[in-house]
Design a binder for this molecule. Structure first.
Ligand SMILES: Nc1ncnc2c1ncn2[C@@H]1O[C@H](COP(=O)(O)OP(=O)(O)OP(=O)(O)O)[C@@H](O)[C@H]1O
Length: 460
């Protein structure tokens, strides 16, 4: 965990950040003088100092302290250009006015910590690794800087579980609807863990043809089957000392399940066509949106493997249950998409936010990403228009007005998301390709295929 030290008088506006910085997962201590902070720093290493310039004004020579206050941001209630220049010349990473809004300060804190981490890791990487492979708790999960946005209680609980689980080697099953961020969470878990200096390998079991999956995962010996002209290292071997993320584990064929069980039980991998085994040390994280227990009951998934994989569970809430996170995500996506397409930043209006909240996002964050991208690209320069989100329900309304009989048969209330998806697919499959339907729903083509199976949606 990163430790931040505030140095400011009791009445300072900077004091207010103490509480919310702790809420973001930083360990914070506060001191009124540099001397006092120095003593504390000797006992507990501080990764960053936030200093109210009023404290520096009292000193005759701040440079004397530079060595003891290595990484710092200066904040000033009487901010001026000349003081800013001298603060930066004396080693401050940033000089900001007081008060500074939470988001801006947080961004600068995260930037400085990230820069320091990179600098600290570069020369000492190997030494650090061999002395003490510490858990990487630096990621302030939930903030835009961490790449995973999530301030609502459900996500905060999830992050708190992740931090605990990351300390262990326990196998983790991540569950959640399509597009909720399962892969993102699996990778964050790896980065939080002691394995973070080693590889994290992601495999989508549904995307690899069934006849290749064993050789891809476990590797094969030369001559093991027709076409095996060389020996091939499997992805499990590649992930040695790191984390293997198996997405859509429910799609793993039954023969491969037996091999995977061996990896989990014995810590050994046997290549296809090999007579000997090799030791591997991997943490396995899996994800599925399927009911694995139901698959066990149907004989499609091995029960022994199920219990091996289901040691810890992380449940990702659907986007519609994340309250204000939807706005946070949408805002962040608008900024990111503008940057990506080189479009001047848009104002995120209340009307736009309202439209975002009115939709139920069956395709979750992925659907939101796609919808925002459409809105950013299609809107005029002066205004981000909600109509350009081109959400599936808007299309439904338009169709209704056009008196489409199938659409009109949709119940107006009490429709489940599955009903909605089924009707949407049935209504559009004559005129659109699978890729276009999946895109409109904000889900992958693979997810659409899976939902067709699950909901028994016939193809045209
Ligand atoms: N909390 C979040 N903050 C920011 N971006 C997110 C968040 N959750 C998901 N995303 C983004 O949404 C997209 C979908 O996420 P991801 O692929 O991890 O979902 P998934 O649950 O694994 O999907 P699937 O079930 O279809 O494989 C990615 O681009 C990811 O970066």
């Amino acid at each position: 965990m990163h430790h931040i030290t505030l140095i400011c008088p009791d009445h300072s506006l900077l004091k207010e950040s103490e509480k919310w910085l702790s809420k973001y997962g930083f360990q914070v201590s506060s001191h009124f003088s540099i001397e006092q902070a120095k003593k504390h720093h000797k006992r507990v290493e501080s990764h960053l100092f936030l200093i109210d310039y009023e404290v520096i004004r009292q000193l005759d020579d701040f440079t004397k302290y530079a060595e003891d206050i290595p990484h710092h941001i200066v904040l000033d209630e009487k901010a001026s250009l000349s003081v800013g220049v001298s603060a930066m010349a004396q080693g401050a990473s940033y000089y900001l006015p007081l008060p500074t809004n939470t988001e801006t300060l947080l961004k600068h804190v995260v930037n400085t910590l990230e820069q320091n981490d990179v600098a600290a890791l570069a020369p000492q990487n190997t030494e650090r690794k061999s002395v003490e492979p510490s858990v990487n708790e630096a990621l302030p999960l939930g903030t835009p800087g961490s790449g995973i946005i999530g301030q609502c209680p459900l996500m905060q609980d999830l992050f708190s579980d992740m931090r605990k689980i990351a300390r262990t080697n326990a196998t983790v099953l991540i569950r959640g609807e399509s597009g909720t961020g399962k892969e993102l969470i699996a990778k964050a878990l790896h980065h939080l863990s002691q394995r973070h200096n080693n590889p994290v390998v992601s495999v989508n079991c549904a995307a690899i043809p069934e006849n290749l999956i064993e050789s891809e995962l476990f590797g094969h010996e030369k001559g093991a089957f027709t076409g095996a002209t060389t020996t091939h290292e499997g992805l499990i071997q590649t992930a040695d000392k790191g984390t293997l993320f198996l997405d859509e584990i429910g799609e793993l064929p039954i023969e491969a399940q037996a091999r995977l069980l061996r990896v989990l039980q014995e810590g050994e991998v046997r290549k296809v066509g090999a007579t000997t085994t090799q030791k591997v040390d991997i943490r396995i994280v899996t994800a599925t949106h399927r009911d694995l227990m139901g698959m066990v009951e149907e004989g499609l998934f091995r029960e022994d493997l199920y219990y091996r994989l289901y040691v810890m569970e992380l449940l990702l809430p659907p986007l519609r249950e994340r309250g204000e996170d939807i706005s946070l995500l949408a805002k962040n996506l608008v900024e990111k998409t503008c940057l990506k397409h080189n479009i001047p930043p848009y104002h995120y209006s209340k009307a736009f936010d309202k439209a975002i909240h009115q939709h139920s996002w069956p395709g979750n964050v992925r659907e939101l990403e796609n919808a925002i991208e459409r809105a950013v690209i299609l809107s005029p320069p002066e205004k981000l228009e909600a109509a350009n989100l081109k959400l599936a329900h808007q299309e439904r309304h338009t169709k209704k007005n056009n008196s489409n009989p199938i659409e009109q048969s949709l119940p107006t209330s009490g429709t489940t998301l599955d009903d909605y998806l089924k009707h949407f697919v049935l209504t559009h499959q004559d005129e659109f390709t699978e890729t276009q339907i999946a895109h409109s729903l904000g889900i992958s083509r693979k997810s659409l295929w899976e939902r067709r199976q699950k909901l028994n949606i016939p193809k045209k």
